[in-house]
Design a protein around this ligand. Sequence first.
Ligand SMILES: Nc1ncnc2c1ncn2[C@@H]1O[C@H](COP(=O)(O)OP(=O)(O)OP(=O)(O)O)[C@@H](O)[C@H]1O
Ligand SMILES: [Mg+2]
Ligand SMILES: [Zn+2]
Length: 544
Amino acid sequence: MAFARTGSVALLGVDGVVVEVQADIEPGLAAFTIVGLPDKAINESRDRVRAAVVNSGEKWPLRKLTVGLSPASVPKSGSGFDLAIACAVLAACERLKPESIERLLLVGELGLDGRARPVRGVLPAVLAAADAGYAKVAVPQATAAEAALVPGVEVLAVRSLRQLIALLCGEPEPEEPPEQLFGSGPDPALAGLALPGLGVRRKDASGSASADGGWRKDLADVAGQCEARHALELAAAGGHHLFLKGPPGAGKTMLAERLPGVLPPLGQQEALEVTAIHSIAGLLPPGRPLVQHAPYCAPHHSTTMPAIVGGGSGLPRPGVASLAHRGVLFLDEAPEFSVRVLDALRQPLEAGEVLIARSAGSLRLPARFLLLLAANPCPCGRWSRHGDSCECTPTMVTRYQARLSGPLLDRVDLRVEVDAVSRTALLRQREAPAESSAAVAARVLAARERAAARYAEAPWRLNGEVPGHELRTRYPLGPEALRDAEREMERGFLTARGLDRVLRVAWTAADLAGSARPGRDHVRTALALRGNAFRSASPPDPCF
Ligand SMILES: Nc1ncnc2c1ncn2[C@@H]1O[C@H](COP(=O)(O)OP(=O)(O)OP(=O)(O)O)[C@@H](O)[C@H]1O
Ligand SMILES: [Mg+2]
Ligand SMILES: [Zn+2]
């Protein structure tokens, strides 16, 4: 047998394409070529694979060896083809039975010593394998738990090439020092892939609080701020983007940090989507890798545009916009972010995904998040609607506010002014503690279920996702409910686009209240929360 084939996966964003890895040995001078659109990392795998095979005590064929990756038109990158290439070569030179690897899909890097090393993107790779009908995959041990998230696929956890050969030949597994060398603790190779400083937080798989304590933050800690709390609940229930504006120390950051705590856990499909993105980013902890809770990303305002969108050579690293997929993206001190970063958010807000340009075509990564913005009203922060001690010049204020451009704010359904909490509210906090996150989360979940049932036949699930014209035509409200909104339009205080925002929020208010459709009260609530928080600095805002 001088020819053998097996399977592996090329990743295009979060989509995997199954690749056939073929090895062919011909008589001739010793040579080793890889064909089929490999990138630099795959070409390097020639040396890794050869060293790994030899160091695993096997013979390397000293003849003309060609490895082909097909389809050749799909660009391939990364080191995840090593295991498949090694096995194909070993089968071509009859060390392995070709049948033993023909219906097996292998993903993983090899160390020069023959150790199997984890790679990014194992979950999307195994999902693609399952879609293509593979029932068995072999992945490095550190990523076996991640591969096992895919139902209906048997996972071989590979410690080393030597162990894999033994498994495939039905020989006894070699004695290897398993735990110390290939332990299941955090793998340094993956830890090195984490994106530091991006403020990604999530619950662990059991849903309990993570070590950083971020999830223990409870809404009961927030005194007063009724309007902002209500807006937060609406945002969570309807998936509406939210803008909190207020002076320093008003509790904006505090409120924002409590938003993930009232979001429901991710559904099964969503959890796999989010886990796949975090797998590509190399951010999954080994052992219990499924991300079950909505991610929360709070990048610093010095974050650059590529870090938001993602990119890089080879397998692209997802940016913060994708890491926040199905969760919250919080931009604290939003006007301090660079204009390029704020502009880059428009596309994911519009389409729910980011496009990463590549020489071989662009890649898509999902990026559907709840955007939460917080800002001071002016550079000094002291401007307030109740008389002010602000020392900024009008030009400074205008320039500051203009940084959050119309196209971005246009997508934000809820805009709330947060005043500094009153002393009495703070002091009364002990006698009458505010409502807890658990109570709010229960209402949010019930409201989301209501909306999901209403949109069962439609492509969206949350009120915040429904296009305005669909809402107006498919789910019309009675004249009584719309009376206040009509009056605002007549007075010129509400535009057509503003009306769409009001309707979306009114539906969420109705869902939270358990009503079949919004009444006049719900529309009023929505009108009060649609205020264009920034423009209110100069002409008085009609909503407040
Ligand atoms: N409503 C509140 N209830 C209880 N504590 C509060 C409240 N508002 C503010 N605080 C206290 O003030 C601190 C500062 O609040 P926070 O950082 O959320 O303000 P901020 O609005 O984000 O201010 P900045 O604009 O400076 O970022 C909080 O850590 C908390 O101790
Ligand atoms: Mg703050
Ligand atoms: Zn000021």
